[in-house]
Design a binder for this molecule. Structure first.
Ligand code: C2E
Ligand code: CA
Ligand code: CA
Length: 537
């Protein structure tokens, strides 16, 4: 209970009036109240004070030596104090809430990036004084996007909340676990004894993921890649330490999912290379360093029947950079959207040019990345490119992957139907690696299945019965659904023979030709043979 106000209305204190504030549950006994009233009889009154949406916050205690009841003036006065108090409390509460929101993640309630960085700086200052070690851990969930995309954001959010509670359970109160955004978490460990202790903490975090998460009656498993950097060895300041923990996490993820990695010289070199590649990639389109190569597809009679367009990057200093090195990076940076747009434009332009020059028309397949496909303006963009090129859309095939077709079935069907209405062909690339069911495929306007190279690769090797079985099943299934079957990665006559017998319609692979630059592809279209593997990369 705190005295707010006390005043004597006469000189000798006989009329002393005291006002105090108490908690709602406080019981005030008039005889023991003695709010500044030292002796003689006194009377107390209580008046609750309220804040609009918080109910009764406390009570005002009015105490007076004079045993008479308070007059109307006294009561008005108390009421006014009550109102002022309510305003003050409300203001205080709002400020507190704003401060909390500014420093915490609304979904998980964990500290956010801002508070994390603040705590990290404090930990570093303390460590500089005490010459101790601080560890920064960067935790990133593997394939979380897939959960979000296929099961919806509600499930993804529920998973993040459960995960935050589990992670919280395995750190000390002196450590700070924060949500860095999306599916990334950060952890700062103060007063660390060395690498071993950090490895143990990372192990505990991984252990937390062994048990499934139960969400909407569904059991879900996630794994996480973790990277760590230590102060002072891996960085002197918060920014460097976070960047290096991130680089270590990235390395962990790219080598083996669900693993842990400390920052070191190798990680550093890889991060620098990646950064360099990133800078160059951003300028690759405008500098005209990207090219499209064409890999022929042949039919059952060995005739040229089409081609797949494949991107190539030729950097003046770094040389030829294969798609496996730059396409995942371009996807991660969102650069695949402008790159994909450029690529489709170039493919349509080239195909149209070949037709204008009198080459027999061929269907050319373009690869579409998941990110491109997910852009709200993807279909209008494709439409516009087709119109501007003046090419008949039936000469373009778009290769999609199974993972793009997961999620809301009706939405996928609508999307594909709109795309199909542009009069181009839709194919599923790398078929057999995803989870498409027969019933599902039947509902999609897909006309081509490309059997994944991993099945074709094993044909002709000892113990290839299951691959042969899978290929035959895919061909039967595809034909049943009136689709054309393309076998890719055909390298040997034995593979070709088996695929022929199975009933595949088209064949693509090094056995026939590598992807070729347009001039060499023209040579092939003229009926020429393909030169030796000059162009492999
Ligand atoms: P993909 O779509 O599965 O393309 C087939 C890959 O297999 C190509 O690799 C091709 O050169 C290679 N290949 C063809 N025949 C054989 C063979 O007989 N043996 C072996 N070992 N490999 C063969 P590439 O050109 O390196 O492309 C790799 C991946 O990069 C592609 O896989 C595709 O996912 C992606 N990619 C290429 N170009 C583009 C593009 O323009 N846009 C997008 N989004 N992705 C592209
Ligand atoms: Ca492809
Ligand atoms: Ca493929």
């Amino acid at each position: 209970m705190a005295t707010l106000w006390a005043a004597d209305s006469d000189n000798n204190g006989a009329e002393r009036l005291t006002i105090a504030v108490a908690r709602p549950e406080d019981q005030i006994e008039p005889s023991r109240c003695a709010l500044g009233v030292s002796e003689g009889p006194c009377r107390c009154w209580r008046a609750p004070f309220q804040v609009s949406d918080h109910g009764t916050l406390g009570q005002l205690i009015l105490c007076r030596r004079n045993p008479n009841a308070p007059g109307a003036d006294d009561l008005t006065f108390v009421e006014m104090i009550g109102q002022l108090l309510a305003i003050e409390v409300e203001q205080h509460e709002r400020t507190r809430q704003l401060a909390y929101q500014a420093h915490h993640d609304t979904l998980t309630g964990l500290p956010n990036r801002l508070l994390f960085e603040d705590r990290l700086r404090q930990a570093l200052e303390a460590a500089r004084r005490s010459k101790s070690i601080v560890a920064v851990l960067f935790i990133d969930l593997d394939r979380f996007k897939q959960i979000n995309d296929t099961l919806g954001h509600g499930v993804g959010d529920a998973l993040l909340v459960q995960l935050a509670r589990r992670f919280e359970g395995c750190v000390r109160t002196t450590d700070t676990l924060a949500r860095h955004g999306g599916d990334e978490f950060m952890l700062v460990l103060a007063h660390v004894t060395g690498h071993q202790q950090v490895t143990r903490v990372a192990g505990r975090l991984h252990d937390m993921l062994r048990m499934p998460f139960l969400i909407d009656g569904r059991e879900l498993f996630v794994s996480a890649s973790i990277g760590a950097s230590l102060f002072p060895a891996d960085g002197e300041d918060a920014e460097t330490l976070q960047r290096n923990a991130d680089a270590a996490m990235y390395w962990a993820k790219s080598t083996l999912r669900n693993s842990f990695q400390f920052f070191n010289a190798t990680v550093n070199r890889a991060a620098l290379e990646r950064l360099q590649l990133e800078t160059h990639l951003r300028r690759a389109v405008e500098r005209g360093e990207l090219f499209v190569y064409y890999q022929p597809k042949v039919d059952r009679h060995g005739h040229l029947a089409g081609a797949e367009a494949l991107l190539r990057w030729c950097h003046p200093q770094l040389g030829l950079i294969p798609p496996v090195r730059f396409i995942p990076l371009a996807e991660e940076l969102g650069l695949i959207v402008p790159i994909g747009e450029w690529c489709l434009t170039e493919i349509c332009r080239q195909t149209r040019e070949w037709q204008r020059r009198g080459f027999p028309p061929l269907k050319i397949a373009a690869n579409v990345s998941a990110l491109q496909f997910a852009q709200p303006n993807f279909i209008p963009m494709v439409h516009q490119i087709l119109v501007q090129s003046g090419l008949d859309p039936r000469w373009i095939e778009l290769e999609l992957t199974e993972s793009m077709l997961m999620g809301d079935v009706d939405a996928v069907i609508r999307h594909l139907s709109e795309l199909r209405a542009l009069n181009l062909t839709l194919a599923i690339d790398d078929f057999g690696t995803g989870f498409s069911s027969l019933a599902y495929l039947q509902r999609l306007p897909i006309s081509v299945l490309k059997i994944d190279r991993s099945f074709v690769m094993r044909i002709g090797k000892t113990g290839d019965e299951s691959e042969r079985g899978i290929v035959s099943a895919i061909v039967t299934l595809g034909h049943h659904l009136h689709m054309d079957l393309v076998a890719e990665g055909v390298e040997t006559p034995a593979q070709h023979a088996f695929l022929q017998t199975s009933g595949c319609d088209l064949f693509q692979g090094y056995l026939f030709s590598e992807p070729l630059p347009p001039t060499l592809f023209e040579h092939l279209m003229r009926g020429g043979t393909v030169p030796s593997p000059l162009w492999r990369m």
